[in-house]
Design a protein around this ligand. Sequence first.
Ligand SMILES: [Zn+2]
Length: 278
Amino acid sequence: MFSSPFLPLPAGLKIATTSMRDDLLLVQVVSTKVRSCCPLCFCPAERRHSQYTRVVADLPCAGFRVQLILHVRRFFCDTADCIRKIFTERLPAFVLPWARLTVRLCEALQSLGEASCGELGTRLAERLAIQTSPTTILRRIMVLPTAAREQVSELGIDDFSFRRGRKFGTILVDMQSHNVIDLLPDRKVETAKAWMKAHPEIKLVSRDRGGDYASAAASGAPQAIQCADRFHVLKSLGEALEGVLARHLAAHRTRLTKELGARPLETAQPRQSPKLRT
Ligand SMILES: [Zn+2]
């Protein structure tokens, strides 16, 4: 059994053997700890029950994918009043119970996901010899703890869909840091109003041009200035421009029809379209 600087392991774990299978480095790892603590009563136990193996993916090494075959043990818990009689050896800082990836590989996937996204992160991971999927990367990001709620002076508020066209919620963004600071389960006035009331530091609310969030801001944060956000201003501008052009087009067509009707019959005939050359 040995340790390797190329594959550092926590204290109590040693490398037994290594082997290659295509681009996969298989590492047999054994636990050398004499005792382990019961996860329920936290008392150390030394009496061994059995041994079993776990297969977990680890960070790549020198461009090769790495798979650890962990040989860990089950212990008897001899604490009289503990209901757990047998437990499996825990490696909390290295591999979580029932996890198929090491903690450090999970952290690498989280970093990839945070820097890119599920699809792009997967393509980048493949270059780095990490086998994963967009779903796994997104799942890793979703388990990250949310940041503590900050003071917000400029609030952006809009709706979003949990399920497209079916279930909507409200997204709240700090307009200075551009970070999402909270998600509300619906887009009701009362919910948004209650949230704003809990944040008297809000000085500006950037919202859509609908009435619900305006009403929520008026009653929940009356001290704040309300403004329409850039997206909705441009959207409204586009819609207004489309309406103006449609009216002008209709007027132009009406005038054209009148002019054609006023002309003599032979000049009012529509022109024959030129024949196509063959
Ligand atoms: Zn116990």
